[in-house]
Ligand binder design. Structure first.
Ligand code: CTP
Length: 420
């Protein structure tokens, strides 16, 4: 494999010095063991693009776990080993560095996870998704800084092309369909014509992928700066419909994504908020079907249901002269992200005002007096105590009580009325 370009200087300029020290150490330790270590994948791509990326993946021609152990010596508490995958992660200052043994992969059936055998760097690079992700930089001995680019990734970076490495790539692993669209839109590149043709041919293969793996890819898209670009492209190509039938990406959803960013600024919207907005127009039956098909975790599934329930209450929330206490009871218990999704998506100003009041103020309102205080005041356990707590909370919500004394007065009044 030819390696003529040396990126040692670029590594020194782009990566923090402590990280460069670590990489040099890893290279030396690998050489001690007569092994070779390389930086691979996204970091190499981003280094050539001049982008910051400190998520280092190291590939080792040898034994990655043994090298990680040897490298850290007695500081073994900073290594996490995944026996199942034979990989190691080292915590170094603020960074995580992944160690993986160079491997080749064979796919027993489409959608299945690959069978893995140790191999050379070249075979490891050639089993990857796209040429721009199939480059490595040497770390050991004289190869320090050398670029390994057996699939012409550097040329495709310059030409702004996303290209797969062989015609069965999307069949072997059709999550690469989503990945391809993500890189294309992130970098403003284009799927080169043959890759695009194969991608379109292999869209049906997405049905063989497990819900968990699809969700992972969708979450990765939500972490992009502009996820809507990826979904628009996916919609046009018919990929989005394979995510779940009925999901569309129209101009309303696009506008909601951009509003979500405005509302969450300076933070990024949570991936959950994007899930809620992507599925906002689906009816609850379609959402339930999606929850089962993708085996969505409860942390996503419940807010998806909440979002529909809040949407069903929008007209009640828009009632003229609705009281804060009523708003509270209509919304209490639902996920705040589901409330926020409705704030973004509703077209009724009155509903939005009620939702905002709940989100900004009401949901955190609490009475000062507790159940035990009421017991001490002589109220007996039972429905009356519950009624009193409800009345105090309502008075707080509706601005009729603002101190402990106000709340005690309500109790006394109810006690007096009760004894009549
Ligand atoms: N990879 C692959 N096929 C996949 C997933 C990953 O070939 N389905 C390879 C690619 O070479 C990729 C590397 O594994 O570069 C690491 O994957 P990942 O961490 O998901 O991507 P990054 O390249 O780090 O890119 P990103 O910026 O999206 O995190």
């Amino acid at each position: 494999m030819n390696a003529e370009i040396n990126l040692a200087e670029k590594l020194g300029q782009k990566l923090p010095p402590q990280l460069v020290d670590f990489l040099q150490l890893a290279g030396r330790k690998a050489a001690d063991r007569r092994e070779k270590a390389y930086i691979v994948g996204g970091v190499v791509r981003d280094l050539l693009l001049g982008l910051d990326n400190y998520d280092i993946d190291l590939t080792v021609e040898g034994d990655a776990v043994a090298l990680a152990r040897y490298l850290m010596g007695s500081a073994s508490d900073r290594i996490t080993i995944h026996k199942q995958f034979n990989t190691a992660k080292i915590r170094w200052h603020d960074w995580n560095i992944d160690f993986v043994t160079a491997r080749s992969e064979t796919y027993a059936s489409p959608g299945a996870l690959p069978e893995i055998t140790p191999s050379t760097l070249e075979a490891d690079l050639k089993r990857r998704d796209f040429t721009i992700n199939a480059m490595a930089i040497g770390l050991s001995g004289k190869s320090y800084g050398m670029l390994y680019d057996p699939c012409n990734g550097k040329r495709d970076l310059a030409d702004k092309k996303i290209r797969i490495l062989h015609d069965a790539s999307f069949i072997d692993d059709s999550t690469r369909i989503w990945r391809g669209l993500r890189y294309e839109q992130r970098f403003g590149f284009e799927l080169e014509p043959h890759t695009l043709q194969l991608l379109q041919r292999d869209i049906p293969m997405l049905d063989a992928i497990s819900g968990e793996r699809i969700c992972y890819e969708i979450d990765c898209i939500f972490k992009e700066q502009y996820p809507e670009k990826v979904f628009k492209r996916a919609d046009r190509l018919g990929v989005l419909n394979r995510f779940h039938p009925g999901v569309k990406f129209d101009m309303h959803t696009e506008e909601r994504f951009s509003q979500a960013r405005e509302r969450c600024c300076p933070d990024s919207p949570s991936t959950l908020l994007y899930w809620l907005l992507l599925t906002y127009d689906l009816d609850i039956e379609t959402k339930e079907a999606m929850i089962s098909r993708l085996r969505l975790p409860k942390l996503i599934a419940q807010p998806l249901r909440d979002c529909s329930a809040v949407k069903d209450r929008l007209s009640l929330l828009a009632a003229p002269e609705i009281k804060p206490g009523e708003i509270y009871h209509l919304l209490f218990g639902y996920s705040l992200q589901a409330v926020l999704a409705n704030i973004i998506a509703t077209e009724t100003e009155e509903s939005r005002a009620a939702l905002c009041l709940y989100m900004e103020k009401l949901h955190g309102v609490k009475a000062i007096i507790t159940g035990s205080d009421l017991l001490e005041m002589g109220v007996t356990q039972g429905p009356l105590l519950k009624k009193m707590l409800g009345a105090i909370l309502d008075a707080r919500l509706n601005g009729k009580a603002s101190s402990r004394e106000d709340e005690i007065a309500i109790v006394r009044k109810m006690q007096a009325e009760g004894s009549k």
